[in-house]
Each structure stands twice: as structure tokens, then as C-alpha cells.
Write a protein that binds this ligand. Structure first.
Ligand SMILES: Cc1cc2nc3c(=O)[nH]c(=O)nc-3n(C[C@H](O)[C@H](O)[C@H](O)COP(=O)(O)OP(=O)(O)OC[C@H]3O[C@@H](n4cnc5c(N)ncnc54)[C@H](O)[C@@H]3O)c2cc1C
Length: 400
């Protein structure tokens, strides 16, 4: 039986292991953290195309109901004027719409489901090296001195992938996108929307977004612009009080609930720099391949990173099911995936850059965005349909 080593137990890792199991390929997932789903404090929108990909392996049920539905986006300018309203991906045949889910909860749900299906997940296993074996196959080496052998190795190890560099030492580093991600959860603010709508404000100085959960909790994030990438030490040195002051100041001239929501957020406010991974030339060699953020991270503005990682996982398993010659299956996989993911990464980068627009860019954005959004709402813009309407039929044979 073919045996796969899966590095990374985030989103793509557990899903590829479940999909491989369906394809009759045994695997073990190796995750560097010593325990499941550490709470990294952020949330994500999980789009319908990701849900469709999970459905291909009958795993969509595990993420339904752990977040809340957010099928609509409303865009406003800093004055409060509505720039447009668009559906966030429509709905699947059974009525499923895009969900907003805490990161830790989607990780936990996928890891638990993989374990329930009998997938072996080993925690506290940090990959530090891997080499192709002379007689075929691959050996993975971990920082605890242990190693594991398999026929192939799948790097689902995220944007700072070790496997990417093992396949191609010249692979690029993640690209800094000139905004930070700051966010939290608030209660007790009267906001002018009900559950189901993500309100997105292109403020005068900063982008702000929020949605209200059915339980009354407001989930929000802001994207303070930064021309230069701050170091981890610089970010950690910013106190909670400093964040609150900076955000209050950034939203002082906007007409909306941002300041009230920030004031009503208890506890620490944390920030993450934003990166993407626009073009990784080499995704695989004869026995190792990268998927998910390791190969093509889209900036969070896309709302697509998790969904693309899941699509990758299911499609790679289909390729290996249909062709047991590993290099051929890898080549088929790349042929099926590269164009789609790179288009989405590029479009997300444009959105992120528009969040950091200067005064002139802001005026142009507010002028043209209503036209663009109207076109999208009427279905005249194919770029959104291209993202959301992707469908995977598990039983259909792969073909490029
Ligand atoms: C602030 C923020 C907001 C986001 N918002 C959205 C959103 O709204 N919608 C959306 O779809 N996406 C969003 N994303 C992106 C999304 O989280 C990623 O695209 C998705 O998690 C990618 O899944 P992955 O499995 O490829 O990588 P990851 O989820 O990063 O998982 C990689 C795993 O590999 C492990 N690992 C790393 N190195 C090693 C090693 N050497 N050995 C063993 N294990 C290792 C890591 O610990 C981790 O568990 C956001 C990201 C951020 C940072």
C-alpha cells in the first residue's frame, strides 16, 4: 500500500489525510505543535467552495454550525455611505452559505474528524529535514531525533513551509502585504445590522469590518496600514492600551461603530502582519509536494486561503487515486491547480493594497467601487463566480 507522510496538521493536512484514506492511501500527519488547535485568536470566513470541497469527502458536516452564516457583504466608505452590497459566494444546492468561524474551531473540527476516521496524527513532531531515498520513497526527519519513511511527502506546513525550501532551496519568501490584521470580539454595542451581513468599511485612514453572531457577539477586524514590515519584537512591544489609542485615532474621522466596538472589546488586542505567497515556481519533485499556504498563500482579504487549501487537499488525493505513479500524479495536480490559485492570490493582493490606499487612491476607490460592486451584484463580474462556483466531484476521474 502507498504510504504518505503529511507535514502540518492545520487545515490542508487533516483534509488531505482524510481524502487519501478514501483513495486507499495510508498516511500519518505530523504537526509541530504539541497539542491540537491552539487558539491563535483570529477568525476566518470559510467560503462555499471550501464547503463544496469538504462535501466531496463527506466532511462538510463537521464545520457546519461551528461558526455562523455570513452570506452578504456590505461595503461602506468612511462617511457611512453604502458603496455596494454583494453576496459572498451564493449558496450550495442544499442552501449552505459562507460561514465565519474561529480559526481554532475549524482546525479542531478537522483534526477531530480525521482522528475519528482513524487517521494517525502525531503532535510535537517538527519536520527539520527530508531526503529522497535511493531506492525510491522519502525519509522525513524531526527535531526530536526521530524519522519516518514513506512513498511520498506532502508539505501542508503553511506559509513558512519547511518543505517548500527542501524541494527548492531558492523558493521565495512570503511577501509582506502593507496592512496589519488586528481583531477581537465585543458585546453590548448597538449596531445597525443583523446576523448574516459582514459590514466592511473603507475608512478614511483604516479598513474596518465586523459581523454580528446570532448570540449577540460582534466579531471584528481592522487593517491598519504599514509601509514597512514590523518585526515580531516590534509588534509584541505594542501594548494593548497603545493599540486601543491607535485604533481610536485611526477611526476618529469615520462615521460608524468602529470606536464603540473597540471600546466594548474586553481583554488583549493582538495584531498579525499580513503576507502572501504570489508565485512559487516549483511545487514538487519526484516524491515531495507542497499544498495550501505552503504553495500559494492568498492574503486574508481573499477570504479564500482555507478553502483553497481544502480544494488542494481533495484534488491531490484524487490525482494520486487515479495515477499511482507519484511524479505523474503530482504533475496532473499542478496542471489542475496553478492557474486558479495564482489568479486568486493576485486578486487578493489588489484588495489588500486598496485597503492601504493614500488620499488620491481613496477618492478613486470610493468613486469606482460602487460601479464595480453593482456589476458584481448583477453577476456581470466573472472573477467572483470563478472563485466560488468551483465544484469537486469525488467520483469523477481527474483530467487536466
Ligand atoms: C489573520 C488571518 C486572517 C485570515 N482570514 C482568512 C479568511 O477570512 N478566510 C480564509 O479562507 N483564510 C483566511 N486566512 C488564511 C488561512 O488561515 C490559511 O490560508 C489556511 O490556514 C491555510 O491552511 P494550511 O493548512 O495550508 O496552513 P496552516 O493552516 O497554516 O497550517 C499549517 C500547519 O503546519 C504546521 N507546521 C508548520 N511547520 C511545520 C513543521 N516544520 N513540522 C510540522 N508541522 C509544521 C503548523 O503548525 C500548522 O498547524 C487568514 C489568515 C490570517 C493569518
Amino acid at each position: 500500500m502507498t504510504r504518505a507522510l503529511v507535514v502540518g496538521g492545520g487545515i490542508a493536512g487533516p483534509v488531505v489525510a482524510m481524502a487519501l484514506q478514501r483513495a486507499g492511501i495510508e498516511s500519518t500527519v505530523y504537526e509541530r505543535y504539541p497539542h491540537a488547535a491552539a487558539d491563535v485568536g483570529a477568525f476566518l470566513t470559510f467560503a462555499v467552495n471550501g464547503m463544496d470541497a469538504l462535501r466531496a469527502i463527506d466532511a462538510n458536516g463537521v464545520v457546519t454550525g461551528i461558526g455562523f452564516p455570513t452570506p452578504t457583504l456590505v461595503f461602506r466608505s468612511g462617511t457611512g455611505k453604502v458603496l455596494g452590497e454583494i453576496p459572498l459566494g451564493g449558496s450550495l444546492a442544499d442552501g449552505t452559505v459562507t460561514q465565519t468561524i474561529k480559526r481554532a474551531e475549524i482546525y479542531g473540527a478537522l483534526q477531530d474528524e480525521a482522528a475519528r476516521r482513524g487517521v494517525d496524527i502525531e503532535y510535537g513532531k517538527k519536520l527539520i529535514g527530508a531526503e529522497q531515498l535511493p531506492g525510491g520513497g522519502v525519509r522525513a526527519r524531526f527535531d526530536d531525533g526521530s524519522h519516518a519513511d514513506g512513498d511520498l511527502l506532502i508539505g501542508a506546513d503553511g506559509i513558512r513551509s519547511t518543505v517548500r525550501k527542501l524541494i527548492d532551496p531558492a523558493a521565495p519568501e512570503p511577501r509582506f502585504v502593507p496592512v496589519l490584521n488586528v481583531g477581537g470580539y465585543a458585546r453590548g454595542v448597538d449596531v445597525p445590522v443583523g446576523p448574516g451581513t459582514f459590514e466592511m468599511t473603507f475608512g478614511k485612514r483604516c479598513f474596518f469590518a465586523y459581523a454580528i453572531n446570532e448570540n449577540g457577539e460582534i466579531w471584528w477586524f481592522a487593517n491598519p496600514p504599514r509601509k514597512r514590515q514590523p518585526s515580531q519584537a516590534e509588534l509584541e512591544a505594542i501594548t494593548d492600551a497603545q493599540w486601543r489609542d491607535e485604533l481610536r485615532e485611526l477611526f476618529a474621522k469615520d462615521n460608524g461603530p468602529a470606536q464603540a466596538i473597540i471600546d466594548a472589546t474586553p481583554g488583549e488586542i493582538r495584531a498579525w502582519p499580513t503576507f502572501d505567497m504570489p508565485k512559487v515556481k516549483t511545487w514538487h519533485n519526484d516524491s515531495m509536494i507542497i499544498i495550501g499556504d505552503a504553495a500559494h498563500a492568498a492574503s486574508p482579504s481573499s477570504g479564500q486561503g482555507a478553502s483553497l487549501a481544502i480544494e488542494d487537499a481533495v484534488i491531490l488525493a484524487k490525482c494520486l487515486r487515479d495515477d499511482r505513479d507519484i511524479p505523474t500524479a503530482f504533475a496532473t495536480y499542478e496542471g489542475l491547480r496553478r492557474d486558479r490559485v495564482e489568479k486568486i492570490v493576485e486578486s487578493a493582493a489588489r484588495t489588500s493594497n486598496s485597503k492601504a490606499a493614500g488620499p488620491v487612491g481613496r477618492v478613486l476607490r470610493d468613486l469606482f467601487m460602487p460601479v464595480f460592486l453593482k456589476k458584481m451584484a448583477k453577476g456581470g463580474d466573472k472573477s467572483a463566480a470563478f472563485m466560488f462556483d468551483h465544484h469537486i466531484d469525488w467520483d469523477a476521474p481527474v483530467s487536466v
